[in-house]
Design a protein around this ligand. Structure first.
Ligand code: FE
Ligand code: FE
Ligand code: MG
Length: 168
């Protein structure tokens, strides 16, 4: 006898879960590309540690996309099949880097993480007590996004401290 995984999901439409996960999946690909690109173009103060962090986050976002795609498939859905759909499905959009200096790049990246945190919190809220497996996965991703935001904020603080130490 096979147990349908969907049978353990209560009071929420599986198609609704799949749709939410696909929107998050679009976000993760765009976040991945944004970090990838930012790490290429960034310049200025503390560039090396900044681009190390950006690349690390890019890797995490790609890992998130992977987790989401696998869960979408487990639920009987199909992950978005074309990059065009990333733009029609995304919650957080894509912020084209306009200025390449470290502080501008960090500011945009922090905005992106804050949007990701809000998005995953909303998804978690909708899944609570309804789909434990997806809920658990979403919370793990959420914890990563919180860490990302914190790491970026820490670099901004380090830069500010360094700059003010120069003025003394
Ligand atoms: Fe992510
Ligand atoms: Fe992130
Ligand atoms: Mg980090």
């Amino acid at each position: 006898m096979t147990i349908k995984s969907n049978s353990i999901i209560k009071e929420i439409d599986v198609s609704e879960i799949i749709a939410m996960l696909n929107k998050a999946y679009a976000d993760e690909w765009l976040a991945y590309y944004q970090y990838f690109t930012e790490a290429k173009v960034v310049k200025g103060i503390m560039k090396r540690s900044v681009l190390h962090e950006l690349n690390e986050h890019a890797e995490d976002e790609l890992r998130h996309a992977n987790l989401l795609a696998d869960r979408i498939l487990q639920l009987g859905g199909t992950p978005l099949l074309t990059p065009k759909e990333w733009f029609s499905q995304t919650n957080c959009g894509y912020m084209k880097p306009k200025k390449f200096d470290v502080k501008s790049i960090l500011k945009e990246a922090i905005k992106g993480e804050q949007c990701a945190i809000v998005t995953y919190s909303k998804i978690a809220q909708k899944l609570k007590n309804k789909d434990i497996v997806t809920y658990d996965m979403v919370n793990k991703i959420l914890a990563d996004e919180v860490e990302h935001e914190h790491d970026l904020q820490s670099i901004v603080e380090d830069i500010n401290d360094f700059v003010s130490s120069l003025k003394k």
